[in-house]
Design a protein around this ligand. Structure first.
Ligand code: HEM
Length: 125
C-alpha cells in the first residue's frame, strides 16, 4: 500500500480511461473552458490519458510519444485565468465522482492536480 503509485491506487489503465471519458464531456459543456477546446476532442482525450498515466506514476506513455511534457508551455497559447483553472478542477471533481473514486483518494487526486492547474494560469482574471 505504502509503495503503491497513485496510478495503481486509482485502479490503473481501465479506471483512468473512464476518468478521462467522464471529464471531457464536462469540459466541453463548461462555458468558461469548453470553447478553448477543438470540436474533435478524441486526440486531446488520448493525450490526456497518456499524460495522466505517467503523472500518476504509471508507464511513461506521454513522454515516449511526445518527449518532455512541458505542460505549462503547451498551455501558453490558451488564456488560462484562475477561474478557468477552478472550472477545470471542478470538471475533474465531477468525473472522479462519476467513476466512483471515493474519499480520501478523490481529494488526494484533486490536490495533486491543483498544483499544475494553478501553475498553468497565464492570464489575469
Ligand atoms: C488550468 C486549466 C486548464 C485549461 C483551461 C486547459 C486547457 C487545455 C487546452 C485548451 C488544451 C489544448 C487542446 C488542443 O489540443 O487543442 C489542453 C491540452 C492539454 N492539457 Fe490542459 N488545461 C488546463 C489544465 C490542465 C491540467 C491541470 C493538466 C494536467 C495536469 C492538463 C493536461 C493537458 C494535456 C496532457 C493536454 C494535451 C497536450 C498535448 O497537446 O500534447 N491541462 N489543455
Amino acid at each position: 500500500m505504502a509503495n503503491e503509485t497513485l496510478y495503481e491506487m486509482i485502479g490503473g489503465a481501465p479506471v483512468l480511461r473512464r476518468v478521462v471519458e467522464a471529464f471531457y464531456p464536462r469540459v466541453k459543456q463548461n462555458p468558461l473552458i469548453g470553447p478553448l477546446f477543438p470540436e474533435n476532442i478524441d486526440p486531446v482525450m488520448d493525450r490526456q490519458y497518456k499524460f495522466l498515466t505517467q503523472f500518476f506514476g504509471g508507464p511513461s506513455l506521454y513522454s515516449d510519444e511526445y518527449g518532455h511534457p512541458m505542460m505549462r508551455a503547451r498551455h501558453l497559447p490558451f488564456p488560462i485565468t484562475r477561474e478557468r483553472a477552478d472550472a477545470w478542477l471542478s470538471c475533474m471533481a465531477g468525473a472522479l465522482t462519476e467513476v466512483g473514486i471515493e474519499e480520501p483518494l478523490r481529494t488526494f487526486v484533486l490536490e495533486r492536480l491543483s498544483g499544475p492547474a494553478y501553475h498553468f494560469v497565464n492570464t489575469p482574471s
